[in-house]
Design a protein around this ligand. Sequence first.
Ligand SMILES: CC(C)(COP(=O)(O)OP(=O)(O)OC[C@H]1O[C@@H](n2cnc3c(N)ncnc32)[C@H](O)[C@@H]1OP(=O)(O)O)[C@@H](O)C(=O)NCCC(=O)NCCS
Length: 211
Amino acid sequence: MKDIIVVGGGGFAKEVIWLADDCNRKVRGVLDDNVATHGLELQGTKVLGKIDSWKKYASDCEFIIAIGNPRVRKLVTDKMKLLGKPKYTSLIHPSVHLSNTVKISEGAIICAGAILTTDIELGEHCILNLNVTVGHECDIKDFVTIAPMAAISGNVTLNTLVEVGTGAVIRQGLTLETGSMLGMGGVLTKNIPERFIFAGNPAKKLKEIVE
Ligand SMILES: CC(C)(COP(=O)(O)OP(=O)(O)OC[C@H]1O[C@@H](n2cnc3c(N)ncnc32)[C@H](O)[C@@H]1OP(=O)(O)O)[C@@H](O)C(=O)NCCC(=O)NCCS
């Protein structure tokens, strides 16, 4: 197995380095655009340089984007794509429980304790954090982030760039449209339109995401 380069130097990257260790994968180093961190260690792993230096490691390493924010994660992959085609790996903790009808695309990070049942599709660069559960026939598109302890019932669609907060709960059959978010602890009983944040129990519109 090739060594891994972790892209992103924040707190989640530390957890991903730990996850890689649990998956018996060697992390060669970290890439981050904050030059103040270059040469320092993150969870025992050296920060090697800026993200656009990734090509130096491309021949004998695979990459994982360890950035929780879906939009930033997508920006980073877009930026890396300008220089070539990095080979991404996925990291799935050995404790993750999933059936043989779960399809996982490249760049996935699935942390300890997650459970994915049957006929589930996971797009590219998705993050399923600690103890997340995902029910039957869920369709999870690219760049989705699901925070710890969230429970996604069956037949739910999480469109591209959706974020689900810690401990949130989603009723079966619902759709979270592109770029929308359910806040931590939210209990979702209705679909969320594109680029809106819902929160609360029952979850209601909190604000629109304006960029
Ligand atoms: C929903 C969320 C995005 C809103 O963040 P924000 O835009 O910075 O909003 P603010 O903190 O300014 O809060 C605005 C109001 O919404 C309330 N609010 C914020 N988050 C809420 C939530 N999850 N549920 C209910 N109410 C919430 C605040 O209390 C505040 O109420 P007020 O106006 O009566 O004082 C954020 O609180 C959240 O839930 N983030 C997810 C955190 C998470 O799961 N992280 C995972 C790390 S691994």
